[in-house]
Design a protein around this ligand. Structure first.
Ligand SMILES: Nc1ncnc2c1ncn2[C@@H]1O[C@H](COP(=O)(O)OP(=O)(O)O)[C@@H](O)[C@H]1O
Ligand code: SF4
Ligand SMILES: [Mg+2]
Length: 339
């Protein structure tokens, strides 16, 4: 079996907040294989962003305590020296956030930022790097790429800036690409164009991708595997077919509840996650037992309230990519009686 690009084990993040310590990520373990796309879904506040920021050392040490292990091509990101981590970001791991301004330098032209990135990680002269930069901007759908190279971030619209950030991330051909709601603000055509580019990069370079999104149409289209987060935990994961077609956790079923048919978007519009009644628990005060207990429509006896269900394999344990869920109700998608 090929070695994973990323191997996360028991990742935990505690943040210091005015309301006391917040357990935002609570024992997350998963792998991303070469060329594989893992979609991470869950309501706002489930710890998706914090979990990936922690991987790249982007949480301020004075507020965040991070533990666990995160091997990127065998090297632990969580114990890496800051200098090494800076080298790794880019060619090792690229990240695209929802807000492009967090990744662009406002005082440098787009061209300079893109060309510097291309030259820093490869042996190319300035003219060739400029051509490559213009090509990349064209590939992410920026009109008039040559002119865009000489412009500053504030001279572009939000959507254009986001495409620049994506071009910068792709320019390094990273081993791991993390996209955190990266295409959410872009229109469907541009989004499709960017997904095509990412898939091309994956085929050429074997890039592993973590794609955080609330857009289930995108998940169905690009993910090999899906990881459902709730209360800083993985409550369900498995192949895209297992999770979307045979969801086992009541929370996943809730998120998918309002979906008519994933394969057939209505009027070209793909659905988002459904609304689950109630709100997620604050990370400063997580339930002791099952994290979904207070909102679970099929919760059972005292066990749900007091004992935390482990993430256990359901279905065939022999499957290469097992389907796992953290719930005491282990019946199939149609079932749901808690034990
Ligand atoms: N800098 C911070 N200080 C305190 N709490 C934070 C900070 N960043 C995120 N949180 C809290 O951590 C939890 C998870 O946030 P986040 O990872 O952004 O969720 P998601 O990306 O799934 O929407 C939320 O409860 C959020 O309020
Ligand atoms: S363990 Fe109990 S409360 Fe939690 S999801 Fe399963 S049935 Fe619901
Ligand atoms: Mg987020």
């Amino acid at each position: 079996m090929t070695a994973p690009v990323l191997e996360v084990s028991d990742l935990r993040v505690r943040l210091r907040t005015p309301r006391g310590p917040a357990d935002v990520v609570n024992g997350l373990s998963y792998t991303v294989g070469p060329g594989e796309t893992v979609a991470v879904v869950g309501e706002s506040g489930s710890g998706k962003s914090v979990s990936v920021l922690a991987l790249l050392g982007l949480l301020p040490a004075r507020v965040a305590t991070v533990s666990g292990r995160a091997l990127l091509q065998g090297e632990d990101l969580l114990t890496m020296k800051p200098e090494r981590l800076r080298q790794v970001r880019g060619p090792g791991a690229g990240m695209v956030f929802q807000d492009p301004m967090t990744s662009l330098n406002p005082v440098l032209t787009i061209g300079r930022q893109l060309i510097e990135g291309i030259r820093a990680h490869g042996d190319v002269d300035k003219a060739a790097a400029r051509r490559r930069a213009a090509d990349l901007l064209g590939e992410v759908g920026l009109p008039d790429p040559e002119r865009a190279l000489d412009r500053y971030p504030h001279e572009l619209s939000g959507g254009m800036r986001q495409r620049v950030v994506i071009a910068i991330a792709l320019s390094n051909s990273p081993a791991l690409l993390i996209a955190d709601e990266a295409t959410t603000a872009l229109d469907v055509t541009v989004q499709a164009q960017i997904i095509d580019l990412v898939e091309k990069l994956q085929a050429e370079r074997g890039t592993g991708v973590i794609w955080i999104t609330h857009d289930l149409g995108v998940v169905a289209g690009i993910a090999d595997r899906v990881l459902v987060m709730y209360g800083g935990r993985c409550v369900e994961d498995g192949t895209v077919d297992d999770v979307l077609e045979r969801p086992a956790h009541p929370y996943t079923r809730g998120l998918l509840g309002a979906l008519p048919d994933l394969a057939e978007p209505v009027d070209g519009v793909v659905p988002d996650l459904a609304t689950v009644p109630g709100t997620p628990p604050p990370p400063t005060d997580l339930p002791k037992g099952c994290v979904f207990w207070p909102r679970c429509p099929v919760r059972g006896d005292a066990r749900c309230e007091h004992e935390q269900p482990p993430l256990a394999v359901i279905g065939s344990a022999a499957a290469t990519l097992p389907h796992r869920a953290a719930t005491w109700c282990t019946e199939g998608p149609e079932g749901g009686r808690a034990g």
